[in-house]
Structure formats: C-alpha cells, structure tokens
Design a protein around this ligand. Structure first.
Ligand SMILES: C[S@@+](CC[C@H](N)C(=O)[O-])C[C@H]1O[C@@H](n2cnc3c(N)ncnc32)[C@H](O)[C@@H]1O
Length: 333
C-alpha cells in the first residue's frame, strides 16, 4: 500500500475512533535515546498501554536501572486479557506499578503484580488522573481520536511528556497554542524515521508500505511525529539558510503582510518580515532562531485575529502555513 493510502488510514483512525496503531520498540528506542538524562529518579506513566504487551512498558522496564527510574506506572483501557490490541470488550482495566528488580535488568514482575483498576482505565478518569499526579513524565502513543483532550490534560497538569501523534494535529487550537508558547515541540524523529506501526489483522495488507514482521502486521506512515516538552539538542540547532530574498520568488499573500515560502529550506536569510512556511518547518524549528506568530487555520487560534483566514496568492488558497519571523535576519546587501 502506498504511503498516501496508509495516511488515509490514519486519518480514518482519527475520524472513526479506530485508534489501533501500536508502537514498535525500535521507534521508542530511537527517540528515547535523546532524553536519557531527563529520566533519572523520575516516575514514568504510560497511560494508554497494557503492561503485558506494550513496547513502552517493555522499553522502560528493561531500561529501568540504566535510566535510574524511580517508578513505572502503566494503565490500559477496557482490557483484561493480555492482548496487544485493545478490544475494549470489558468495562474494567488493569494496571501495573513497577519499581525495578534488584540485581538484573530483565523485568521480573509476576501476574499477581497486575492490579485491577476500579474503572475502565480512561486517561481522563479520576483514578488515572491520581496516577498522573504522582508521575513526572508521561510517555506513550495515545488514541489519535482523543489527542486534543489528551494534550490538554497533560498541559493542565503541567506534566513533562513524550508522545506519538500525527502532523495533522498541529493546527488544532489546543496544540497550536502550546507550540506558539514554546510549551510543546516536535521530537527528534518524525515521518519516515518511524519504521511503522503494528496494526490488527483487519487492516489490509497489500502493496509496499504494509508488511508482516515477526508475525505482526505493520504499516508505515509519513504523517507521524513525536510531540514533547522535554528539551533535546536538535531544537537548538540553527537551520542553515542560504537563499536571499527577492520579490519574484517570495510573493506576498493577497490577504497578509507576509511572504510565501513554500519550502522550509528556501527561507531567505535576509528577510525581517513575516513568512508563511509549511507546517513541517516545525521539524527544524529552533526558538532562538525563529518566532512563531500564527497559522492560516482557525482565526480563533490568534488572539489578535490577524491570521487564521487561509492564505491566498493571486486568489488561490495555499496549503496549511505557519507564520514565522527570523529573530536575527542578515542585513540585506
Ligand atoms: C494508538 S494505540 C497505542 C497503544 C500503545 N500506547 C502503543 O503505542 O503501542 C492507543 C491506545 O489507547 C487506548 N485507549 C483508547 N481510548 C482510551 C482512553 N480513553 N483512555 C486510555 N486509553 C485509551 C487504546 O486501547 C489503545 O491501546
């Protein structure tokens, strides 16, 4: 299946609440390696994960000693059976609190350590919120369909987080507000750096982007990224700019005092005004180099009502754009 087709599946997941995309261990390892020092003596909460199956639980329990974790709490949703795929057939869920094993890094929790939650394990339930309050960092891949609520809850509780999501959520009011305030940013890996997601059997398996791996059905996407509020090195790397501004290549929008820059790599080095850039710019965003001012979706995103009305060039609407300004532009020659 072509990546476009799998992207449609992810969008479908969003719309019909079918959130069955399970994270591959290698993708968790590839991202987590950039944050090791932030986990020392911390309590980690994976609140959309069956501890018996989740690769997030697997990663943190196997790396418990190396990361110097204090505790790992893992809750699942409407699940009793140890099954990677959450069938949501029961109204009760289970959880596990893991505090490591002395003398070895192979987790040795027993079935008796698996405890019953009082309710269904919904991350918004009071008992899960109590567990959230005890935690320092939340790490998971939450349901796509509840992403807005999920992020809002983390922000309201001022938690550190590292979560998997879709690029499509960037212009959601709840998410964009945090991006603009530098309270949420893109992690190190995104799009094709993800090896894929494990999906249930009912997902079609055809074409090049869906495959069987270790007996599991895996699909690839190019709309996935990590969202976090934990610092990483990449976020402080300057984007190297080499183009100079000229009116022909960088036309002004019909409806904003801003120029269109259709590729992040083409951001001019010497323009001190507002520029409209693709949302993928966020993958290269260094807040010391640029300031984010708004986006062309949802006028209610913008307290001054300047942006959010679409952006037009000669009457033709452009794609989604973020409006940015270079904090230190070169002086025009
Ligand atoms: C995209 S899957 C990812 C599962 C796992 N975190 C992983 O990455 O492999 C989302 C998970 O969220 C769970 N879920 C759905 N609604 C939930 C809710 N309201 N509260 C907590 N978990 C929920 C689903 O059961 C599913 O396992």
């Amino acid at each position: 299946m072509a990546r476009n087709a799998t992207n449609k599946l992810l969008n479908k997941a969003k719309s019909d609440k079918n959130d069955e995309f399970y994270t591959i261990l290698a993708d968790i390892e590839r991202e987590l390696t950039h944050y090791v020092k932030h986990f020392k003596k911390k309590t980690v909460f994976c609140n959309c994960d069956d501890p018996r199956k989740s690769n997030f639980f697997h990663y943190f329990s196997y790396n418990f000693a190396e990361l110097g974790l204090k505790k790992l709490i893992t809750t699942c949703y409407k699940n009793q059976d140890a099954d990677l795929f959450s069938r949501h057939k029961v109204e009760r869920a289970i959880y596990l609190e893991y505090t490591g094993d002395e003398g070895g890094n192979v987790p040795k929790y027993k079935d008796k350590d698996i405890k019953q939650l009082k309710g269904d394990g919904d991350f918004r339930s009071q008992e899960c919120i109590e567990l959230l309050k005890q935690s320092d960092i939340v790490v998971t891949n939450p349901p796509f369909s509840l992403f807005r609520e999920y992020v809002s809850q983390l922000a309201a509780h001022k938690k550190k987080f590292l979560i998997v999501g879709s690029w499509n959520v960037i212009t959601y009011i709840e998410v964009f507000k945090l991006i603009k305030e530098n309270k949420l940013w893109i992690g190190v890996n995104s799009n094709r750096n993800f090896s894929g997601f494990i999906v249930p059997e009912h997902y079609p398996l055809s074409g090049t982007e869906a495959r069987m791996e270790n007996g599991q059905r895996v699909i690839s996407t190019n709309t996935t990224c990590w969202f976090t509020n934990i610092d990483n090195k990449k976020r402080h790397e300057d984007l190297i700019l080499f183009k100079n501004y000229n009116r022909k290549d960088y036309p002004k929008y019909d409806n904003y005092d801003a120029i269109e820059v259709s590729k992040t790599a083409d951001i001019p080095i010497d323009y001190d005004g507002v520029m409209g850039v693709p949302v993928t710019f966020l993958d290269r965003y260094n807040p010391e180099q640029f300031e984010i001012l708004g986006c062309n979706r949802g006028v209610d995103q913008d307290p001054n009502g300047v942006y959010g009305r679409g952006s037009y060039l000669n009457g033709k609407e452009t794609f989604k754009r973020l409006f940015i300004r270079n904090k230190n532009p070169e002086r025009p020659k």
